[in-house]
Write a protein that binds this ligand. Structure first.
Ligand code: NAP
Ligand code: F7E
Length: 351
C-alpha cells in the first residue's frame, strides 16, 4: 500500500485530495495545526475524517515537518499548506513570505534528510504570472514569463524555483502544479466565488439583503477543485518530473460570475450588489487564463466542469445548506470536531 503525506489537509484541496487518495487505497497522512476552533469540517464533509491519519505540524516549525515525514514514511508528498489568500498577503506580507515561500525550503530540506526518494508536489499558482496574460493577450503557457503582483505570488514564485532547484541539484522527483483558480463548496468564505454563492443563497432565502464586492472587472479562469486534485496525482504518477499548468482555458469576470449566480436563483443582481472600496486590493491581477495543453497531452487530464456548471453547483449547494440551517440543522463547521476523534498521531503517542 502506498503512503501519501498531504500538508494542509484541512484546506479545500487537502480534503478533496484525501478523498481521492483514500479511494485509490493509499494510506493517507495529513498535517494540521492547532487552532482555537478545530477546522476539520471539510474532511468530515468528504467522509474521510477518521480514515486519514492527522499529524500536528506547522510550516514555521522545521522539527514538526521532519516528524511528519518520519511518521508517515511517504511515497508521495503533496505540499498544499500555505497562507493562500492573496488579499491577506498584503496585510501580513512577512508571515505569508514565511509560510507560503520559505517553508518550502523547510519541507524540501526535511525531505532531503528523511526521504529523498519520495515524490514531491508543490502547489504553485497562476498568480505567479501576474499581468503577463494581459500583455501577451492569449492563454498562458508553462514557458511564459512570471511577474508576481502580490506578496503571495512572490512567495509562491520562491517555492516554485526552490522546487526546480531541488529537482536539478538533488535529482528529486519534484513537480510544480501551476494551478489556476479552482473552486467548490469547500472554498474558504473569503474567496470571491464562495462569498458570492453563499450570499446569493442567503439573499434568495431572505436571510440577507446585500452583497458587497470589490473589483468586478477582474477576470479569472475558474475550474472545479475535485478535478484539479486529480491532476496533482497524475503529475506524481508520470515518468519524469515536470511543471504543468492546470486550467480550463476560459476566463470570466467577477461581474459575470455574479450575474450568473443570481440568475440561478432567478434574481436580478443589480438590485442586490454594491461595490465597496474595502474589498479592492493595493494591486490586483487584471486577468488570468491558462492553456492546459501540456497537461492534456502528457497527463491525459482535461476539465469537465465548466463555468456555468460550476456557478450553478456552488449556488445550489449553498441554497441547500441555508435551507437546512433554517430548519434548525447545524452546519458541519459548527460541529465540535476535535482531532482526538480522528486517527491522530503525536510524538507522545509514538513514545
Ligand atoms: P486553503 O483552503 O487556504 O488551505 C490551506 C491549507 O494550509 C490549510 O490546511 C491551512 O490550515 C494550511 N496552513 C496555512 N498556514 C499554515 C501553517 N502555518 N502551518 C500549517 N498549515 C498551514 O487553500 P487551497 O485552496 O486548498 O489551496 C491549496 C494550495 O494550493 C495552497 O498552497 C494554495 O496557495 C495553492 N493554490 C490554490 C489555488 C486555488 O484556486 N484554490 C490555485 C493555485 C494554488 P488551516 O485549515 O489550519 O488554516
Ligand atoms: O479573488 C476579485 C479580486 O480572492 C479573485 C487563491 O486561491 O486563486 C486565488 O486567488 C478576484 C480578484 O482569488 C472581491 O480582487 C472582487 O481579482 O477569489 P479571490 P485570487 O486572488 O484569484 C489563485 C490562483 C491562488 O493561488 C490563490 O491561493 O476577485 N474580487 N471582489 C474579490 N475577491 C475577494 N476575495 N473578495 C471580494 O469581495
Amino acid at each position: 500500500m502506498k503512503s501519501a503525506l498531504i500538508t494542509g489537509i484541512t484546506g479545500q484541496d487537502g480534503a478533496y485530495l484525501a478523498k481521492l487518495l483514500t479511494g485509490k487505497g493509499y494510506s493517507v497522512y495529513g498535517t494540521y495545526r492547532r487552532l482555537s476552533t478545530p477546522n476539520l469540517w471539510r474532511l468530515q464533509d468528504q467522509g474521510v475524517f477518521g480514515k486519514v491519519h492527522l499529524i500536528p505540524a506547522d510550516l514555521g516549525d522545521f522539527g514538526s515537518l521532519g516528524e511528519a515525514l518520519e511518521v508517515s514514511e511517504p511515497d508521495e508528498i503533496y505540499h498544499l499548506a500555505a497562507q493562500s489568500f492573496v488579499e491577506a498577503s498584503f496585510e501580513t506580507p512577512v508571515a505569508t513570505g514565511d509560510a507560503t515561500g520559505l517553508a518550502t525550503t523547510r519541507i524540501l530540506e526535511a525531505i532531503r534528510q528523511h526521504c529523498p526518494d519520495a515524490r514531491f508536489y508543490f502547489a504553485a499558482t497562476s498568480e505567479m504570472f501576474g499581468d503577463a496574460g494581459s500583455t501577451l493577450g492569449r492563454p498562458l503557457k508553462e514557458t511564459d514569463p512570471f511577474h508576481p503582483m502580490s506578496p503571495y505570488a512572490s512567495a509562491k514564485l520562491y517555492g516554485y524555483w526552490l522546487t526546480k532547484t531541488y529537482r536539478e541539484a538533488y535529482n528529486f522527483f519534484a513537480v510544480n502544479g501551476i494551478l489556476f483558480n479552482h473552486e467548490s463548496p469547500l472554498r474558504g468564505l473569503e474567496f470571491v466565488t464562495r462569498k458570492i454563492t453563499n450570499e446569493v443563497a442567503k439573499i434568495s432565502l431572505r436571510i440577507s439583503k446585500k452583497l458587497r464586492l470589490g473589483n468586478l472587472e477582474a477576470s479569472r479562469d475558474w475550474g472545479y477543485a475535485p478535478e484539479y486534485v486529480e491532476a496533482m496525482w497524475r503529475m506524481l504518477q508520470s515518468r519524469k518530473p515536470g511543471d504543468y499548468i492546470v486550467a480550463t482555458g476560459k476566463s470570466h469576470t467577477v461581474g459575470e460570475f455574479v450575474e450568473k449566480a443570481f440568475e440561478v436563483v432567478g434574481l436580478d443582481w443589480r438590485k442586490h450588489v454594491s461595490v465597496d472600496k474595502r474589498f479592492f486590493r493595493p494591486l490586483d491581477v487584471p486577468t488570468l487564463t491558462g492553456n492546459p495543453s501540456k497537461a492534456k497531452k502528457a497527463l491525459g487530464w482535461a476539465p469537465k466542469v465548466v463555468f456555468d456548471d460550476l456557478v450553478s453547483l456552488m449556488v445550489k449547494t449553498e441554497v441547500d445548506r441555508w435551507r437546512r440551517w433554517k430548519k434548525g440543522e447545524r452546519f458541519p463547521w459548527d460541529a465540535p470536531n476535535y482531532p482526538s476523534e480522528s486517527r491522530i498521531l503525536t510524538r507522545t503517542l509514538r513514545m
